[in-house]
Design a protein around this ligand. Structure first.
Ligand SMILES: Nc1ncnc2c1ncn2[C@@H]1O[C@H](COP(=O)(O)OP(=O)(O)OP(=O)(O)O)[C@@H](O)[C@H]1O
Length: 307
């Protein structure tokens, strides 16, 4: 089932929690060495997908392979090849930063150097501090440090930079780019679309438990969604136009203004965030249409309408 260079392969993955249909028919591959972002609104099914792939959660249906192994059956050797940064901060213990990392390094056959990891997550000055005395953002760095201490082939990062200050996020990005250079495969979920765009090669967008789009980070959504928008003010009215030839339009506007400044002129290339919001909004509105069609059909069926 798995393409030969795949680190992760998912086919028709389904998960229900009681009556909640959390995932349906989700299929995607992640190549070895690739950084893949799984994006989507709250409750879309990202953590459920990740937890199934980590072997923490059973699936209801479909198939999955992670580093060539069914995650439902992965043993200790397989787990030692994974690095996991869960969504919630788990570390609050009474060990120091250095003690905790040294302790966890001992669980792995080929761990990273503890000093290097402490430096990579920017905790040199806190290495002798008890973890429970760290700030929330600093504890999150410990989560990331514990995720990479085992020198994983595949790293799962579930909203890794929540609570980071902007400088810490940039520092974290450098760390991830360095891991990527070393060939680590990374599966990232994040609500920061700039983070996904900066770090990932490809992304999948999940909404309502379905994968609605998957593709290269600078192609996702298709060429039309990426068309630049020219914005300006004319006669006191805000104008905008989508065009594949923004230079031509700008030249025309300058001409129309007799060579003077065009008020508040800007050319904006839609960002990953703009494309994402458009795709999710389109999904939401077709889900609303389907729900009202369904309600209308019930209403017209004999004894179907509940009033
Ligand atoms: N243990 C559980 N029991 C019942 N329902 C659950 C459970 N875990 C998740 N769900 C439901 O499954 C759906 C998907 O949740 P999931 O946590 O995978 O979403 P998510 O995309 O990770 O969201 P977020 O961005 O908020 O973390 C949601 O409707 C959620 O309420």
């Amino acid at each position: 089932m798995t393409p030969p260079d795949s680190a992760v392969s998912v086919r028709d993955l389904r998960k229900t929690y009681g009556s909640v249909d959390a995932l349906h028919d989700v299929s995607f591959d992640i190549a070895r060495g690739e950084t893949f972002a799984l994006l989507g609104p709250n409750g879309a099914g990202k953590s459920t997908t990740i937890e199934i792939l980590e072997g923490y959660r059973d699936r209801t249906g479909g198939a999955a392979e992670v580093l060539g192994v069914d995650p439902g059956r992965g043993g200790t050797d397989w787990k030692a090849r994974l690095g996991i940064v869960l969504q919630s901060t788990g570390e609050s213990g009474s060990a120091t930063v250095r003690e905790q990392l040294t302790h966890f390094a001992g669980f792995y056959p080929n761990p990273r150097n503890v000093d290097e990891v402490i430096e990579a997550v920017g905790l040199q000055e806190k290495q002798k501090t008890l973890i429970r005395k760290l700030s929330g953002g600093q504890r999150r760095r410990i989560d990331v440090a514990l995720g990479i201490i085992g020198n994983p082939e595949l790293l799962f990062l579930d909203e890794p930079t929540t609570g980071f200050d902007p400088e810490a996020r940039r520092q974290f990005w450098q760390l991830i780019l360095a891991l990527k250079d070393e060939g680590t495969t990374i599966l990232l979920t994040t609500h920061y679309l700039d983070e996904a765009a900066r770090l990932s090669d490809r992304a999948g967008i999940i909404a309502g438990g379905s994968l609605i789009e998957v593709g290269a980070i600078d192609e996702i959504g298709g060429a039309e969604a990426r068309t630049p928008v020219v914005r300006w003010i004319e006669d006191g009215v805000a104008r905008s136009e989508r065009t594949t030839e923004p230079s031509r339009l700008v030249a025309e506007l300058v001409d129309r203004h007799g060579g003077a400044e065009v008020p508040q002129l800007e050319v904006v290339r839609p960002s990953l965030e703009d494309v994402y919001l458009e795709l999710v909004e389109r999904f939401d509105s077709s889900a609303r249409d389907a729900a009202s069609l369904h309600a209308a059909a019930l209403d017209t069926t004999p004894n179907g309408g509940v009033r």
